[in-house]
Design a protein around this ligand. Structure first.
Ligand code: UDP
Length: 311
């Protein structure tokens, strides 16, 4: 396949580039690098099957030659990033998705959109299955991301229904691993960075909120399988290994030997921060034969090693 991956210099985009290249495909990476980092794809320089175009996909996308698949992963994706770039976040979810869909249609390519567990908002149903419609505050601080992705899903289904485009929607739950940005503000890089510097870990609120942390290789496998499937409805990809943020902080301190403890920062918790999050992954299991394989105990050490290198 000849594949376009938007957001190629980002955490997930760069791992997807690696996977598609390893499978023998040709990859065109695209990114405007506002939240990504070209260092994530530096190792691909000189690879004859890889090329990179620096471009903001919220503007018309031009790609020469045929394409078999378009994977739209461009977007600020951490709460700090989308609070910093709320308009770009809305634009890349809306205009960027429109451009990427138009390109896929013109090239008769498959299209896959990176959606998110954020479309469930602060969920009132637990765990979250794809059939849950969500609980989103449209005008809250996280609304720019949540609504952009909800619109992106709707537009994707409209192209599927109206044009018969082969579309896929992956709803990505919390994912971590090497190449996350140390300063992206998310709990994994924040706490691991603090631990490696010997600082106390900052837990927002009382730490009773839960997340389920999936290692990046499981996500990549799920995306790859979904693209090759013929399933157009959304599919959750995430781990069901759920824990409180406080417990996660304790694990980070145990693993790194950090003795500086944990401090609660009540005021840092962003309004609308989901109290609980765990995917129902029955659909991924049934449709894709996919299940997460990497436990937190297995995935954290290589992640810590990566952050130790870049710190
Ligand atoms: N969080 C925290 N300390 C930090 C950063 C985040 O306690 O230094 C909390 C945050 O309030 C949220 C959870 O960790 O409840 C996960 O936050 P993250 O930014 O990783 O992404 P989210 O899952 O909210 O999109």
């Amino acid at each position: 396949m000849r594949v376009l991956i938007t957001g190629a210099a980002g955490f997930l985009g760069s791992h997807l580039c690696d996977r598609f290249l390893n499978e023998g495909h040709t990859v065109i990476g695209m990114d405007n690098v506002i939240t990504g980092n070209q260092r994530n794809i530096a190792h691909l320089a000189g690879n004859a099957n890889f090329s990179f175009i620096r471009h903001d996909v919220s503007n018309y996308i031009f790609v020469k030659g045929p394409l078999d698949a378009v994977l739209h992963f461009a977007s600020p994706a951490s709460p700090i990033d989308y609070l910093k770039f709320p308009i770009q976040t809305l634009k890349v979810g809306a205009l960027g998705t429109h451009n990427a869909l138009g390109l896929a249609l013109a090239k008769e390519a498959r299209f896959l959109i990176a959606s998110t567990s954020e479309i469930y908002g602060d969920p009132l149903v637990h765990p979250q299955a794809e059939t849950y419609f969500g609980n989103v505050d449209t005008i809250g601080p996280r609304g720019c991301y949540d609504e952009a992705k909800r619109f992106a899903e709707s537009l994707t289904m409209a192209y599927h229904r109206e044009h018969g485009l082969a579309t896929r929607i992956v709803r990505i739950f919390n994912t971590y691993g090497p190449r996350m940005r140390l300063d992206d503000g998310r709990v994994v890089p924040n706490l691991v960075g603090q631990a490696l510097r010997g600082e106390p870990l900052t837990v927002y609120g009382d730490g009773s909120q839960t997340r389920s942390f999936q290692y990046v290789s499981d996500l990549v496998e799920g995306v790859y399988r979904l693209l090759l499937s013929d399933f157009a409805e959304p599919v959750n990809i995430g781990t069901t290994e759920e824990m409180t943020v406080l417990r996660f902080a304790e694990i980070v301190n145990e693993l790194t030997g950090n003795k500086a403890g944990i401090i609660m920062k009540e005021s840092e918790r962003i309004k609308g921060d989901p109290q609980m999050r765990r995917p129902d992954t029955t659909r991924a299991k049934e449709i894709l034969g996919w299940q997460p394989k990497v436990t937190l105990a297995e995935g954290l050490p290589p992640t810590v090693a990566y952050f130790r290198d870049v710190i």
